[in-house]
Design a protein around this ligand. Sequence first.
Ligand code: ADP
Ligand code: MG
Length: 642
Amino acid sequence: MVNSPCCHRDPEWSLEQGPEGPETPIQVVLRVRPMSAAELRRGEQSALHCSGSRTLQVSPPGGGPDVAFRFGAVLDGACTQEDVFRACGVRRLGELALRGFSCTVFTFGQTGSGKTYTLTGPSPQGEGVPVPPSRGGIMQRTFAWLLDRVQHLGTPVTLHASYLEIYNEQVRDLLSLGSPRPLPVRWNKTRGFYVEQLRVVEFGSLGALMELLQMGLSRRRSSAHTLNQASSRSHALLTLYISRQTQMPPVDPGDPAGGKLCFVDLAGSEKVAATGSRGDLMLEANSINRSLLALGHCISLLLDPQRKQSHIPFRDSKLTKLLADSLGGRGVTLMVACVSPSAQCLPETLSTLRYASRAQRVTTRPQAPKSPMAKQPQHLETKILQLQEENHLLRSRLSQMNLKVSGLSGPRVAWAQRNLYGMLQEFMLENERLRKEKSQLQSSWDLARDEQRVLAQQVHELERRLLSACYLHQPGLGPAPPCPCVMVPAPSCHALPPLCSCPCFRLCPLCRAPPAHWACTRRELQLPQVFGSKAPDGMTLSARPPPWAPPCSPGSAKCPRERSHSDWTQTRVLAEMLTEEEVVPSAPPLPVAPPNTSPVLRGGGTVPNLARRLEALRDQIGSSLRRRQNLPPHSEGSRSPS
Ligand code: ADP
Ligand code: MG
């Protein structure tokens, strides 16, 4: 019998209290449900009574002294759902979850002891009929509290939810879009145990979350048996994933960097004989008992200080896998042990009380996981400090340098103050100077080219005159035939007396213009006969066809290979015979020059060379004219040079 209500007294560990250090024990609160109408009808007596807010006294069935059990809080049948919510300390877990901790609330106890009622209120009265708010359990109240808390946080929070059940050692997704199918439980280093392909739904309002809860509750397996008309046949885990966006970027659901708040409604242990389960119900009961046994075994091992560091068989069941972090890991855990007050249930009640007493000695090492981004500020802070130091050092060095520079004088100051801008200016000036120099050179080059062109023309003119004088100087040649060049419009050079009357001469020996309408009458008169048989260079002149020689037939051996070369040679020989001294050649550059030929001038000569040649030609012409004056006059009809 419950002696006095003790639900209004808060447990000693307060909501504001954080994890108590490296090792934090599992917090356990006890809820004793009221006697049911059926129990009262059957005249069953209560074997329990509260002593203070945290101690439960149990009268053994066979008499004897009461056994006391001490928990974080003891909540009797007079406590309302709201009392339980306020007293159990779930809000503290909510706060820790908001700070990134992984928190778990789970109910534990015999079937029909009020576990589901404590968490979610009475079973739904129909499909889609929600639990009235006044009778809502810890979950609904925590949801409301959490969403209200989130709204007042000032920083955006992303919330997700998943809901699964472990039924006959199979994990089923209660929020799956299709019919639930078994999902595998996996493990990795960062996440620990997790359910693969579990649907995680984002929600933003209390209504949306309530709908998810309702959906899961309606899909969860339950059956009726002797002790409970709506007995849960599975362990159900609803998890809220809390991601505060102070962590940039916000973490994904399931990422250990985010906070978690998990509500676990365990299926109750049951004695098959007591519940009268048969067939599937018995199989379900066996499965439930096996998993609860595995849970109890893990808790026992966790309690043993020597064995705690050794292997804990969390892998023995899906339930222990999914509760591994809550029991022995980094989570913060709250157990709500539920018991029936009926003396008929005393053996299971005592078992639950012993179990819960042991559990509250189990410790975890709560740790708010840090995401890589969460670590970044500290790293950045170190970096900033380093940069600040470096900045300070550089500033001090710079000021020292300025002091040194200000201590210099005269040219050294000028040198020290010369910077890149000064150098650039110097380069620009230099560039400008070079540009001017280049344009001057270009203009003087143009002048020289013009001068060269004029001199070349003068040389050309003098050559013509020289050849003309040479012809007139030879006796017995008779009058020169009219030059064909004068018969056609000709360049200025044709104004001079012609040199040759050979009709075969295809080109004017001076200007190289083709005399198209000219007919030769004195083919036999060839200038080489006039000059003699030997050229000054030792070559037989007759061997060389003169420039005006008739064209050779194709394949002829006498055909000159380089007509222009012969032309040049004839001109030079002629000049040398007239002047009796070596003549500087004035012919154009030839591809194959004879040996000892001086460098050609036209086109490739320099101005001084041309000037010298011009001077030499003037001398030659002068001497030629002087000789001519000493000779007898030509026969009539001969043409004199103009
Ligand atoms: P369990 O989940 O532990 O098997 P339930 O939560 O289903 O047990 O409770 C069994 C029955 O007892 C339900 O009909 C439920 O409404 C009722 N019950 C449990 N706890 C309370 C309570 N504190 N106040 C009123 N009724 C309760
Ligand atoms: Mg239940």
